[in-house]
Design a protein around this ligand. Structure first.
Ligand code: 13P
Ligand code: 13P
Ligand code: MG
Ligand code: MG
Length: 369
């Protein structure tokens, strides 16, 4: 059958700062999805990472379906109400508009969606991350889909060897989606030139060049563009189909062992390593470090089996140690140089206010006679 996977993720409030949602908040979201989703969706799973709640739904209504998006919006509104009642921090943080207007894209929550004809065996992964931005997935996607050092299938599998088509969005552009399509392996250097800039260019989707089938759908939300100011980081969600015409699950996971440095961390204004963690992990040190979780599923006729927690394995304990050391390394230098984001990417206005105030105190020395 033709199935649609819809993953929608939002921060609607958390306990003790930006740490994690409450049981009661999660129960309210779940209740709404169950009650209002009857007859609309086939299956669903609720999860969280840090302070962000994700709703994964399967249905046969295609992407951007108004009723499915409204269901997620209403569920997050119910969660927001509980967050307010409990005095949770940042209640309704990602609900940036007062009213639902047909699609949750552009209203605050992060959305990753794909529609496809189910293969006889249909494995897929859901990645969710906290204290970082959508471009954090750029490097792992680039490596998993175009580098044989990570993806052995590029040379071992005749299908994988045909390469992939990346659709990349310029998320700085407002007033319509500005996108470009690049194919691997031919355009690999152009792709790297774009994807090095995680704050501006973000992988939106990836398709197989063997049969045109969709492999990846990732969110491209920029909360700052919606709200006009910093209201929290655009903690991203991504769906990835694996095996056969796509990379193997382990090939998709492999680049996450790098724990590459991403933007986010404390106040969304720093640089920190992305630590692969178990699902339902919270954050701690310096409101971080940035964390990513990965749940693995199989789907048949829209019914999901799983999840299995892909980062819940002894190998990743060692990787987490490495991430902690990398976090310590960059935190040792506090606000200096690359540890804090550049002035244009800073999520807080405090520094620009200070610089403005200091402006009048600068003097230009007259040249010596
Ligand atoms: P199996 O031979 O166990 O199916 O594994 C194939 C594969 O894709 C491993 O990455
Ligand atoms: P979130 O974007 O996860 O809410 O975190 C915001 C923040 O400022 C953490 O220090
Ligand atoms: Mg928050
Ligand atoms: Mg968050």
């Amino acid at each position: 059958m033709k199935v649609t996977l819809t993953g929608i993720k939002a921060d609607v409030g958390s306990i003790g700062g930006h740490i994690c949602p409450s049981e009661e908040l999660l129960a309210a979201v779940e209740r709404t999805v169950v009650e209002q989703g009857r007859g609309l969706i086939i299956d669903h799973r609720l999860n969280y990472i840090g302070d962000d709640v994700s709703i994964l739904m399967t249905h046969d209504r295609g992407i951007d379906d108004e009723s499915v998006h409204r269901l997620a919006w209403d569920a997050f509104l119910a969660g927001t109400q509980v967050a307010k009642d409990q005095g949770l921090y940042g209640a309704g943080q990602d609900m940036l508009k007062d009213a639902f207007s047909g699609n949750t894209r552009g209203l605050g929550p992060a959305v990753a969606e794909m529609e496809f004809e189910e293969r006889p065996n249909e494995p897929f992964l859901m990645f969710t991350a906290d204290k970082t931005e959508p471009g954090a997935y750029n490097l792992p996607l680039f490596l998993a889909f175009s580098d044989p050092m990570y993806n052995a299938g590029l040379i071992l599998s005749p299908v994988g060897g045909k390469g992939y088509r990346f659709t990349v969005m310029d998320v700085d552009h407002s007033g319509g989606d500005r996108v470009v399509e690049l194919v691997t392996p031919e355009d690999i250097y152009d792709l790297a030139a774009l994807l090095r800039d995680n704050g501006r260019f973000v992988v939106e989707s990836i398709h197989s060049r063997h049969d045109g089938d969709i492999a990846v759908s990732s969110c491209t939300t920029r909360l700052r563009n919606i709200a006009g100011k910093y209201v929290g980081k655009d903690d991203p969600i991504m769906l990835v189909r694996t095996q056969r015409n796509f990379p193997a699950t382990g090939e998709i996971l492999a680049p996450f062992e790098i724990c590459h440095y991403v933007s986010g961390f404390m106040r969304g204004s720093h640089v920190g390593p992305m630590m692969p963690v178990k699902a339902k992990s919270s954050v701690s040190f310096f409101d971080g470090p940035p964390v990513v979780s990965c749940l693995a599923f199989s789907v048949r006729d829209g019914k999901m089996t799983g999840p299995v927690d892909a980062f819940d394995h002894p190998y990743w304990d060692w990787v987490r140690e490495k991430a902690a050391q990398k976090a310590h390394g960059i935190r040792e230098q506090g606000f200096s140089g690359p540890a804090m984001l550049g002035i244009h990417d800073l999520e807080y206005v405090g520094i620009s206010h200070r610089l403005d105030a200091l402006d009048g105190r600068f003097v230009v020395r007259s040249e010596a006679p």
